[in-house]
Design a protein around this ligand. Structure first.
Ligand code: BG6
Length: 492
């Protein structure tokens, strides 16, 4: 069966920060792809907004260039590009002043009750201001949605303040908090794997699972985002959102339905069941690191402190955590989380490591018996790999071998894997909040993160150094090896 493309209802998508990096690099290319697949209705408009003045024509030309930069040539054809660009408009609006708001209001008077979505691709300090103004200008109709993206706060209190400000204008059902990891194909596949098959569910618990590993490793550094990153660090930038969301999808109970609240209720229960990590146990259960000069994907790279031009920085660019979920299903099963910048390879994967067999019937000549592992690879080379013991083929007695049953999605399906934003933006238009974070989830995640950040801040230990291009500080290896386990590598 091939995928079905269903066009969405007529809409106006207004992108604040419409001439910014996220818009040109991700949002507009994603919308182009959806347009190319025939999913945008003829009446769907995209309105870029920012303080600077720009004509519609100039915005279209800039976007044309952005498509050249971010969409492969084989996926760009002249007619589709032109018809996509025709949907684009630009309005200059001062988010913190008065200029331009009446122009925006005028442009949105279409005389129909079309769907309206405001994407706030701007700094979080503007979320509240813009929402209030949208309310005052009477631009929030029942069919209006607002899209915001992390950082949603720096800690629980500031996250609540952002949520209060946005929530004073929009109902929770109108607020779409993006975690772009939830839009990745393989992340959604995790739900298909778990709940579309009977095979895994009986094993998906502490009786059969020894531990779980979630790794999101990047080779890049902070890429010109040093100002933001040096204030955030890997704990807030990655663990609080992306890794905890992955953990929730692995650990949650089967929701009764695939609708937004059924799924989010289950994720919330997981977040609330995480065992607290604070001053007393942070040293034993967490490792934070910062990269020194070393190797990047294209040659040697400077230390993090030089990249952000802050010799005294104690911001972490690497985190490993041994987390535990205090409930019946997962009690006693560690979830090892690991993320970092400037690591040896770019890879995001989830490893479910099963328990060893209880008793071996094979003699010594059979070789070492390794426990099964299910590896869900999110990127690159998306796929699923199940490691199993089989008999080594041929004569020579009963020797066993550890081999992967492999499914590469690219090879199996031969279709382009859509970018997360393609799915997520269209879900907003469709009004489907399943892949977006609800307020209570974001706050529960901060509630678990804050004591870790506090413990680090109060402790006098600096992040452990690691050479760029390696797998992070040796302490992260010790974190898992102390428990008699090892981080997964390609060899199983
Ligand atoms: C973002 C972080 O949310 O995710 C970045 O702010 C990080 O620091 C990025 O590089 C990783 O996303 P992806 O999709 O490239 O794995």
């Amino acid at each position: 069966m091939t995928s079905r493309i269903i066009a969405v209802e007529p809409f106006d998508l207004v992108v604040f920060g419409g001439a910014g990096d996220l818009a040109y690099r991700k949002l507009l290319p994603a919308l182009y792809h959806r347009c190319r697949d025939g999913q945008l209705p003829g009446t769907g408009r995209i309105i870029g907004v920012s303080r600077r003045a720009m004509s519609d024509e100039a915005y279209r030309e800039n976007t044309r260039q952005a498509l050249v930069d971010h969409v492969p040539e084989s996926e760009r054809d002249g007619t589709t590009v032109d018809s996509f660009l025709d949907r684009l408009h630009f309005i200059s609006v001062d988010a913190t002043g008065d200029a331009g708001w009446s122009d925006l209001a005028e442009a949105l008077k279409t005389g129909d009750d079309r769907i309206r979505a405001f994407y706030l691709a701007v700094g979080p300090e503007l979320f509240g201001t813009i929402c209030k103004r949208l309310g005052q200008e009477g631009l929030v109709t029942p069919e209006t949605r607002v899209i915001i993206e992390k950082p949603i706060g720096h800690d629980l209190d500031s996250a609540c303040a952002v949520n209060d400000a946005v929530g004073s204008v929009f109902e929770e059902s109108q607020i779409y908090r993006i975690d772009h990891y939830l839009g990745k194909e393989t992340v959604q596949n995790l739900m298909a794997l778990r709940f579309g098959n009977t095979l895994l569910e009986p094993l998906w618990r502490n009786a059969s699972v020894d531990h779980v590993q979630i790794t999101v490793a990047e080779t890049l550094g902070v890429e010109g985002r040093g100002g933001y990153y040096d204030n955030a660090g890997a704990l807030r930038d990655m663990i609080q959102n992306h890794l905890l969301q992955l953990l929730c999808l692995v650990a949650m109970e089967p929701p009764a339905f695939m609708d937004a609240d059924s799924v989010r209720d289950e994720k919330l229960k997981v977040l609330r069941s995480l065992k607290p990590i604070a001053e007393g146990n942070a040293t034993a259960l967490t490792v934070r690191g910062q990269y020194r000069a070393g190797a990047g994907p294209e040659g040697s790279v400077p230390a993090y402190s030089s990249e952000v031009d802050n010799p005294d920085t104690t911001t972490e660019t690497f985190v490993a955590i041994k987390a535990e979920i205090a409930n019946w299903r997962w009690s006693g099963v560690p979830f090892y989380l690991r993320t970092g910048k400037r690591l040896a390879t770019r890879v995001s994967e989830i490893v479910v490591a099963f328990r060893a067999i209880p008793h071996s019937i094979f003699g010594e000549g059979a070789g070492a018996l390794k426990p099964n592992k299910l590896v869900i690879r999110l990127q690159p080379d998306e796929g699923v790999r199940l490691w199993m013991m089989i008999k080594d083929p041929g004569p020579g007695g009963m020797r066993l071998r550890y081999v992967p049953l492999d499914m590469s999605f690219a090879e199996a399906f031969k279709v382009r894997s859509p970018d997360a934003y393609e799915r997520l933006i269209l879900d907003v238009i469709r009004g489907n909040q399943t892949l977006f974070m609800r307020r209570d989830e974001v706050e529960a995640a901060w509630k678990w993160i804050d004591p870790i950040a506090d413990a680090w801040e109060r402790g006098d230990e600096a992040p452990k150094g690691y050479t760029a291009g390696t797998w992070g500080p040796s302490a992260s290896v010790a974190l898992i090896e102390r428990d008699g386990r090892t981080w997964y590598d390609e060899q199983g």
